[in-house]
Design a protein around this ligand. Structure first.
Ligand SMILES: N[C@@H](CCC(=O)N[C@@H](CS)C(=O)NCC(=O)O)C(=O)O
Length: 215
């Protein structure tokens, strides 16, 4: 494995991975400098024995903080807050706010991501002539049902939980960038979701790590 050039936390993972983007955005919000190293897809590395020793899932991101190694992007974000900025409003200690935001982190992995992956891959990572547009429109309807849940939740709210920007906004904001960026399918107008998204998309961490063209 490449020798560390600093004692900063290192994030292994390619810049166009939504799960890497979440972690990098979180680091930015914390004012924490991390070193990102390309890995995954066209960059390879994830099947190498030394990478598998860190992350046997052969997935990105993987965090290395000195002698501590961690995988799962949401857990990495929690760790970064707890280790480097435990009083941060990104991860409030108040039980109902904490539980509310954890709910969205769980939902993103258990429900949203499995539904939106076929749509993202089918549009963004599939050549136009190979796209099954009927299947993609059906996938769009399925994902729209989930974003409608968020649209309803966001009525009268600026952020997802506790009227402050938290890890939940980072996580779902990174997925929302994909939803709003996907073209060529019919998507419903979701005004509360759009208002929330426009607000968080103005943050510098989003601009630096998430706003890039989808790839
Ligand atoms: N639940 C895991 C999912 C990790 C995952 O599936 N990462 C994708 C990128 S978003 C990946 O590693 N894909 C294969 C690759 O990039 O080679 C997490 O949140 O970290």
């Amino acid at each position: 494995m490449t020798a560390p050039t600093t004692d900063k936390p290192r994030i292994w993972g390619r810049a166009n991975s939504v799960n890497v983007q979440k972690v990098m955005w979180c680091s930015h919000e914390l004012g924490l400098t991390v070193e990102r190293i390309d890995a995954g897809m066209q960059h390879g590395r994830t099947q190498d024995a030394d990478y598998l020793a860190m992350n046997p899932n052969a997935r990105v991101p993987t965090l290395v903080d000195r002698d501590f190694v961690l995988w799962e992007s949401n857990s990495i974000m929690r760790y970064l807050v707890l280790q480097f900025a435990p009083a941060s409003s990104l991860y409030p200690a108040e039980p109902r706010i904490r539980a509310g935001l954890e709910r969205w982190l769980d939902w993103s992995l258990s429900t949203l991501q499995p539904a939106e992956r076929p749509l993202f891959w089918g549009i963004v990572r599939t050549a136009p002539e190979k796209r099954d547009m009927a299947a993609l429109q059906a996938a769009t309807e399925a994902v729209a049902q989930l974003w409608r849940i968020l649209d309803s939740h966001l009525a009268g709210r600026t952020y997802l939980e506790g009227e402050q920007f938290t890890l939940a906004d980072i996580t779902l904001g990174a997925y929302a960038r994909r939803w709003f960026g996907i073209e060529g399918v019919d998507k419903p107008v979701l005004p509360n979701l759009r208002r929330w998204y426009d607000g968080i998309a103005a943050r510098s961490g989003f601009q630096v790590y998430v706003a890039q063209p989808l790839s």
